[in-house]
Design a protein around this ligand. Structure first.
Ligand SMILES: Nc1ncnc2c1ncn2[C@@H]1O[C@H](COP(=O)(O)OP(=O)(O)OP(=O)(O)O)[C@@H](O)[C@H]1O
Length: 227
């Protein structure tokens, strides 16, 4: 224990001038799986955005995968994003290209050049999410669960130490949610750290992990029964 991959200390999270969360103290160790829960508008996405450099940390201190969030410079953000895989509720796949094209786009944008290395990496991540036969499919030819698997594969391309998933099952039916959760559980078993925002209490009960809750401007850890 006690090898934090991310922490925030005495942090306040703002959206423009509005305080969303105050006095945030969290520390997540390498290899942990942590849920982030809380009502709509309670600040889950704002907290995650602060962690992946989309919102500036204006008050308090924090670090993530070796980057000091208080001193994060615009030009460092692409390097931070390479060490974090981010997964969104709405998948955010590019609809004008097939699955392989989506994955290749990210590899090229992050400096990969060698075609055979790129192809090998694409096969590797597709296999991890059980989608190795779907590389030629267009996103709109895939179900929601399949699209989310591709989004998870995309998040794995640069071997991130940490996956931040913002309601990854929010658009999926309960059965598909479980399938996607199984993929995340498998990835967690390979040693990756996962921080996942969710509203899905059935998933939390089925796959119990440490749970943090945003409520009334504050963030605190909850025990499973009260989640
Ligand atoms: N871009 C923005 N500009 C200004 N205020 C924002 C912005 N995004 C979010 N907010 C506000 O910040 C607060 C927290 O929103 P946030 O999206 O972090 O909540 P959330 O817990 O992720 O909600 P949800 O479960 O609906 O995704 C809300 O009051 C919201 O209206």
């Amino acid at each position: 224990m006690s090898n934090p991959i991310l922490y925030l200390s005495e942090a306040s999270i703002f959206q423009r001038d509005n305080l969303v969360l105050k006095n945030v103290n969290i520390s997540i160790d390498e290899g942990e799986f942590v849920y982030l829960i809380g009502k709509t508008g309670s600040g889950k996405s704002s907290l995650m955005k602060t962690l992946y450099g989309d919102l500036e940390l204006q008050q308090g201190t924090g670090a993530i995968v070796g980057f000091d969030l208080g001193k994060l410079k615009e030009k460092q953000i692409p390097f931070l994003r390479r060490k974090i895989g981010v997964v969104f509720q709405d998948f955010k796949l590019l609809n004008d290209r097939n699955v392989e094209g989506n994955l290749q786009f990210v590899l090229k944008a992050t400096g990969w050049k060698d075609t055979s290395q790129m192809n090998a990496k694409i096969s590797e991540v597709l296999e991890k999410v059980g989608m190795q036969t779907k590389g030629f499919k267009m996103p709109f030819e895939l179900s929601g669960g399949e699209q989310q698997r591709i989004a998870i594969a995309r998040a794995l391309l640069n071997d991130p130490e940490l996956i931040i998933a913002d309601e990854p099952t929010g658009n999926l039916d309960p059965r598909t949610s479980i399938e996607v959760m199984e993929v995340l559980e498998e990835i967690h078993k390979t040693g990756k750290t996962i921080l996942m925002a969710t509203h899905d209490y059935a998933l939390i009960m089925k796959y119990p992990h440490k749970t943090l809750k945003c409520e009334g401007d504050e963030l605190f850890e909850v025990v499973q029964q009260n989640a």
